[in-house]
Design a protein around this ligand. Structure first.
Ligand code: GAF
Length: 388
């Protein structure tokens, strides 16, 4: 949707042109899965799939929302906002308004039309993009002066309180802080971050969309958070300096195996190992190590997510297993919360075409399913929509 299409659509719906056009991207995550809510490390990037928004203060006390992609509207008085049951799409926007109000902002009525090309259910964080776009846009229009990290945190709280998913900060951080051509490592405890250039001359990040999203994704996500919290409570009894799994070591988990029980011990082990893999991967990138050595960390991450954290599913496992034999593939793993969505594949730039062909045919042959693939470009985070 071009800026002029968006402007026309906005004008048709609301009778005025928008006073602000902006864009908010989806994200990939190179490595560091389910580590964000454990005070750990993540290595995401914003991508060239985004949601675009037209926004305008409307001089009333009502919020009017239009979802252009699925031709739906929602209207509510600002004073009456509350979470809407059954996963309603407007929860993301309303949750952000509530978050701004909690920070002391007075939010007047506004009009918002939005749409984009982030495939839904693919694990590319279209919901975070919606939250971040609305948070950034209202901060801009209302001159609230909130810093970008605070806007990311408000967006995360919208997810918790309105969408009822107890996510970490990674998705909202990536959508806000992405930088073209870079991945960005975030320390979810200190909130310090560092950009690493990602050179596409040698390899590309290719996403393979399994096309499935199993219904248990959200409930299992919240369960994993609780399991990690239980693990911390048990480990803390032996070592009071453990405040989160970020502080735990593998020998400590081994020593507490009996108290932790098999399942919680597996969850803890995975998180500790995944944090180490993030550090190893950035070290290897910086040292310019062969891409095989970067890719093997992706395969190891997938094995941990499948066997220890148990958030994969058969479709993702088939895609990851196929990648081991695919032309040009250095590494692959499931990405995001799990139970569906995409695998992330690191693929030699000159082999991307062959890789895509191999994976598409294999997925059809093995599961009878159609594979969508996206060769990603790493993009800037949320901002005003200036061109096209
Ligand atoms: C989802 C969540 F929203 C993130 O916060 C993160 O935990 C991710 O799953 C798993 O790494 O995308």
């Amino acid at each position: 949707m071009t800026a002029s299409d968006l402007t026309s659509a906005f004008q048709r719906r609301f009778g005025e042109v928008p006073s602000l056009l902006l864009r908010a991207p989806g994200r990939i995550n190179l490595i560091g899965e389910h580590t964000d809510y454990n005070d750990g490390l993540v290595l995401p990037a914003a991508i060239d799939k985004e949601i675009r928004f037209g926004l305008r203060l409307n001089g009333t006390d009502r919020i009017r929302l239009v979802a252009l992609d699925f031709d739906a509207t929602y209207e509510v008085a600002v004073a009456d906002i509350a979470p809407i049951p059954d996963g309603h799409w407007a929860n993301y926007q309303l949750g952000v308004v509530a978050g701004l109000q909690q920070r002391g902002a007075t939010v007047p009525g506004f009009d918002c039309a939005f749409g984009g090309d982030i495939p839904g259910g693919a694990g590319l964080s279209s919901s975070a993009a919606v939250e971040c776009g609305v948070a950034w846009g209202l901060n801009h229009l209302l001159k609230l002066g909130l810093d970008t990290m605070t806007l990311a945190q408000i967006s995360q709280m919208a997810e918790h309180e309105y969408a009822k998913v107890m996510c970490g900060l990674m998705d909202q951080f990536a959508s806000m802080f992405g930088r073209a051509g870079h991945v960005v490592e975030l320390d979810c405890r200190s909130l310090e971050y560092a950009y690493f250039p990602f050179n596409t001359d040698a390899c590309r990040i290719v996403l393979c969309n399994s096309g499935v999203k199993h219904a248990l994704a959200d409930s299992e996500y919240n369960t994993r958070r609780e399991e990690c919290a239980k693990g911390v409570a048990i480990l803390q009894k032996r070592n009071s300096s453990i405040k989160s799994l970020r502080d735990a070591t593998l020998p400590e988990i081994d020593a507490a195996q009996a108290e932790l029980g098999e399942v919680i011990a597996k969850r803890c082990r995975y998180v500790v190992e995944e944090n180490q893999r993030v550090q190893d991967l950035t070290a290897r990138l910086v040292a310019g190590k062969p891409l095989e050595q970067v890719g093997e960390l992706l395969y190891a991450s997938h094995a941990g997510l499948r066997d220890l954290y148990q958030v994969s599913c058969s479709e993702l496992d088939v895609l990851e297993a196929m990648a081991h034999h695919a032309p040009g593939a250095y590494g692959a793993r499931m990405m995001g919360g799990g139970f569906g969505g995409c695998t992330l594949n690191l693929v030699a730039t000159d082999k991307v075409g062959e890789f895509v062909e191999f994976m598409t045919k294999g997925y059809q042959d093995q599961l009878g399913l159609k594979l969508e693939t996206y060769v990603t470009n790493l993009a800037d985070g949320v901002g005003e929509l200036i061109n096209n």
